[in-house]
Design a protein around this ligand. Sequence first.
Ligand code: SF4
Ligand code: SF4
Length: 271
Amino acid sequence: MGTRQLSAGERATNFYSNEYVEFTLAIGCPVNCHKYCPQEVLLKNYGKNERLMSLESFKKMLNHIPKNVMIDFSGFCEPCVNPYFTDMAKYAHQEGYRIHVATTLQYATNKAVKDLLDLPYEGFVLHLPDGKNANFQLTSEFKENIFCIMQGIPNVQYITMNDLFISNERENLCRGILPKPRRVGFCRKTVTPQLVVMPDGRVQTCDMDFKLEHTVGNLLHNEYSTIVKRFRDRQASFNLCHYCKKYYSIDRYLIYKIAGKLGYFNKSKWM
Ligand code: SF4
Ligand code: SF4
C-alpha cells in the first residue's frame, strides 16, 4: 500500500532528475485532449505496427533495461487503455524496478484499480479533468476508481488538465508551429535520459517526439545502454531539439554547472 509521503516538490525533483523509460502501452489515446496532446500527429506517423503492447513484449523489453532505471507508465497514451497494464506494473515491481504512473484512470476497471493499490510507487500522478479540454467519461466506475486511488495510495498527487497543462509547447512543435531555432545548446536528458518506448518496441528521443522523427533503437532487440549511447551521440543533430525550450543555451548551462560545483544549489533542481 503505497510508499512514504513525498511532497509535490520532492516528487518532481526526484522524477525529473532520474533516468527513466516512459512506456506507451497503446497507440491512439481515446481521451483525446486535442488542445495539448497531438494524438493525430502520432497516429499519422505510427504506421501499421503493433498498436497494443503485449505483456510478453513488455517482459522482453524489461530484460534489456538495468534495474536502476525507473519505469514510467504514461508515454503517449493513457496506460489504463491497455488491459495488461496492471500485470506489467506488478511484473516490473517484482523484478525490482521503481515504478511511476501518470494516469487519468479513464478506461480503468475496478479490478485494475484494486490491483494498483497493492504496489509501491515512486510517484503516482492523477490527471484530473477541468470540464473543458479533456474528453473524460464521468461514469460511476470512474468516480469509484478515483476515490479508491485517493484513499489507497498515500503519495498520490494531482494535476488538473486545464489551460496550464500545456507544457513546453509540444503540441505546437509537433503540429509544425515553430519558434526561432537555437543552433547550439544543451539538453539535460543527455545526462539523465528519459526515453519513450512505443508498443512495437521503438524508442523515441523523449516525450516531445510525437512525430516519431528521432528513433534511437528498439527495446525488443537492443540493450538499453546501446540505445542511450546512440541517443547521446545523435541528440545534438535532432531537428526537434533545436526548437525545444529544454535545449538550454550554453551560457545558461555553464552558469548552472559552475554554480552547482561551487555548491550554490543542487544540480537536480535544474536537471
Ligand atoms: S494528454 Fe494524456 S490522456 Fe490526454 S490524449 Fe494525451 S495521452 Fe491521452
Ligand atoms: S532538447 Fe531534444 S531530447 Fe531534449 S527535451 Fe527537447 S526535444 Fe527532447
